[in-house]
Design a protein around this ligand. Sequence first.
Ligand SMILES: [Zn+2]
Length: 356
Amino acid sequence: MKRLIACFLFTAVFLTSIILIPNNQIAFAAGKKVVVIDPGHGAGGNSGYELQSPDSNITKIKDGGGTQGVATGVPEYAVTLKVANKLKALLEQNNFTVIMTKTQDSEAPGNIERAEVGNNNNADLVIRLHCDGIDNQNITGASMLVPAPVGYASSISGVSAEYGQTILDSLVASAGMNNKGVVQRSDLTGFNWSKVPVVLVEMGFMSNPQEDRLLNDDSYENKLSQGLCSGIVKCLNKTKLGWNQNNVGWWYCTDVDNGYYYTADNGWKAINGQWYVFNASGYALENTWYTDSNGHKYYLDSDCMRVNGVKDKPRWMHINGSDYAFNEEGQLYVDCTTPDGYKVDKNGVYIIDKEK
Ligand SMILES: [Zn+2]
């Protein structure tokens, strides 16, 4: 068993890790998860109206335009887009696919339109970036809004709240700001139309002169985006006990805390009555042949399961245009007559008997 490394927060750490550890241990970073970043608001707002939820008849304005800095005069949409671009770069360094709902200050799509970006891309997470404003200049800090079980969001409110807490804690630790907690909201159009996990972070108050200046400070924006990124990595790069899947394939974790998983070193493994074999990187072989050290050939099917028959009754399998037979131990019959009376050649291919 090998040790699976944890997630990488920054490129520097990532590159160092590549140098220090064998290649097979970074394989699981290869699967790409999709994060949609939604930078709040746009210049001029959007005066159109839209339904607050698919199951309500309340309508709300598409974009009221957001707040602006009490000290700097900078509009909220400028801050959210800047942090969004920084977050996008960091997430891409961490091997996520990132999709933005908007890339220009001038764009002000409605909330349903923004939610559809997450839905259409089957995002693993949508993160909406906002800044707060209130008529009390003393109030500071970040809060995380998450969907109540309303509209399409009914099924994703639990996981969204879990992600929201992790990301908020990480943000607050990175930027060193006041933590105003996680708040469940049933009245946000962008939540109620979401079919995928979604959170909305209020990154601080533009109505507080100090926090306004910080929100417009490049190095502080770096801290914000780094905090958000490491929180997202924590949420989405979780390995669970047992089977896990990413875009590369399946692996089997035997110890979450220490990051142990099966590899080729473990040979055949029986899991729930089926036999599997793993490659050096820890992925279960899938849709492929495998030859053991004794020269026996096996086939692993599309579920990574060893194809096998029962005693005296081979299992026949059509693979790439030819038919093959496997015994009760999954070994390919070669150059013989199978117990059910068919001839196979030295490659195990069924020989069509033209006289029959
Ligand atoms: Zn806002």
